[in-house]
Design a protein around this ligand. Structure first.
Ligand code: FES
Ligand SMILES: [Fe+2]
Length: 445
């Protein structure tokens, strides 16, 4: 059972909390590159309970910093992005993308002290259409900013990927746990699916044919993984292997392993709001761009409807379906055609995880065999956060970018003994990488 104390460790991410400090040891996806135009409007971001401002300067560099001007704390959101920096509207102090004060419009030249003033700016990195931020020690205290992690989906050229984001009104961990809880696929999403369709034959035949898989678990260098297995054909098993990677990454086995290049980051905005950043390779999964099996599996659609982004702290990537409109549940559809009566896989996941409350009370739960991965991930997170807090132990993978390169999810059919699953899985990964990795993006078309 998860105690209240453990739940607090797992869910609180503000500065100074054990989990907040753990997350600040990793690079964090923060914004879409397309949100930030050269000398365009600054954008409000909220990450790990910190209110930040992001902008792109005249040279294309991205600045992410505390939204409060270091003079007298007026919000830099109202500032003007101009010639190499952002100028605060109140007294005209100007900061470059690194946070250096480069002008003090209201201070006489002989009293200028701009070289002593810095906005609280964080290191940023832009990769394939996404802006990342590192919110840990920026190097002032001798700590090194680590290299970016080699998460395969994030290394793909942006044109090969569908990259999108969705905000969820609940704590980051209950969102992440939904990705690691593979048994709900055949119930919430595919509960009454028509078994004869081509789509199911191709992708989910075994998962819907047997909704009660067994599980095998293992640690990895950067987190842990599960293999959910059930009989496939005679003398073979159908495996779905998915990963948790520190600190908030999930890779789900929704495709055959040789076509599965995807990742999801559950980035905490604060303790009760999460920005889910999602990468999927369009070449491996043509259905990432259309409405999938919705024609014959009621509710199994992948085109959620969004509000236009607004400029407020919670204004980005909001779904039209939400808690206040009951996710547009259709009770008649629920009675007759789909278990949830809610349209859209993402929306169904939103509905169940936000319905638990902003932060779920984990002392109220009764976990079953299908929750083994969830328990393992909680233990791993608590151990890493506690070891960092007590002994300054470097968290798994934080300074090992290469350790993420082998983290591949996917499904496959394999003969053999479940006890031997790890060896078989790593062989499958090596084989999948020989197909996926060396092919230059363009040559694969
Ligand atoms: S508060 Fe920003 S310049 Fe004074
Ligand atoms: Fe789901």
């Amino acid at each position: 059972m998860t105690t209240q104390r453990e739940n607090d460790i797992l869910t609180r991410v503000g500065p100074g909390t054990p989990m907040g400090e753990l997350m600040r040891r990793y690079w964090i996806p923060a914004a879409m590159s397309s949100e930030l135009k050269i000398d365009g409007d600054p954008v409000r971001l909220q990450i790990l309970c910190e209110k930040l401002i992001a902008f792109r300067d005249t040279d294309g560099r991205v600045g992410i910093m505390d939204h409060r001007c270091p003079h007298r704390c007026a919000s830099l959101f109202f500032g003007r992005v101009e010639e190499g920096g952002i100028r605060c509207v109140y007294h005209g102090w100007k900061f470059d993308a690194e946070g250096n004060c480069v002008d003090m419009a209201n201070v006489p030249a002989h009293q200028d002290f701009k070289h002593k003033v810095h906005a609280k700016a964080y290191k940023t990195f832009e990769r394939n259409g996404v802006v990342w931020v590192y919110m840990g020690d920026q190097g002032e205290n001798g700590a090194k900013v680590p290299p970016m992690p080699d998460i395969p989906a994030t290394l793909r050229p942006a044109e090969d990927m569908k990259i999108w984001a969705s905000q969820r009104e609940c704590n980051w961990l209950q969102g992440l746990e939904g990705e690691l809880d593979t048994s709900h696929l055949g119930i919430l999403h595919l509960g009454q699916a028509h078994k004869g369709s081509d789509f199911l034959q191709e992708t989910h035949k075994y998962a819907t044919g047997n909704r009660t898989p067994d599980y095998a678990l293992a640690d990895t260098d950067v987190g842990c993984m599960y293999g959910a297995y059930r009989p496939a054909e005679e003398d073979s098993l159908y495996w779905r292997v998915g990963h948790f990677a520190m600190p908030f990454w999930a890779m789900m086995p929704i495709l055959p392993i040789e076509r599965c290049v995807l990742a999801r980051a559950y980035v905490p905005m604060d303790d009760t709001h999460t920005m889910i950043m999602i990468w999927g390779d369009k070449r491996g999964n043509p259905r990432t761009t259309d409405s999938n099996g919705g024609d014959f599996i009621v509710g199994y659609t992948h085109n959620p409807q969004f509000h236009e982004n607004t400029t407020d702290w919670y204004g980005r990537f909001r779904l039209k379906a939400n808690l206040r409109n009951d996710y547009f549940i259709d009770r008649e559809v629920q009675r007759t055609q789909s278990p949830s009566g809610i349209d859209g896989v993402q929306v169904q996941d939103d509905a169940v995880t936000t319905s638990m409350g902003g932060i779920v009370d984990r002392t109220f739960e009764h976990l079953g065999p299908s929750d083994q991965m969830i328990t393992k991930v909680r233990r791993r997170l608590i151990a890493a956060a506690t070891a960092l807090e007590k002994d300054a132990t470097a968290p798994p993978g934080a300074d090992r970018p290469d350790a993420y390169a082998n983290i591949r999810s996917g499904n496959y059919v394999s003969p053999g003994d479940p006890a031997d699953w790890e060896r078989v899985y790593w062989e499958k990964v090596a084989w999948a990488r020989s197909i996926l990795d060396p092919v230059p993006a363009k040559a694969a078309e």
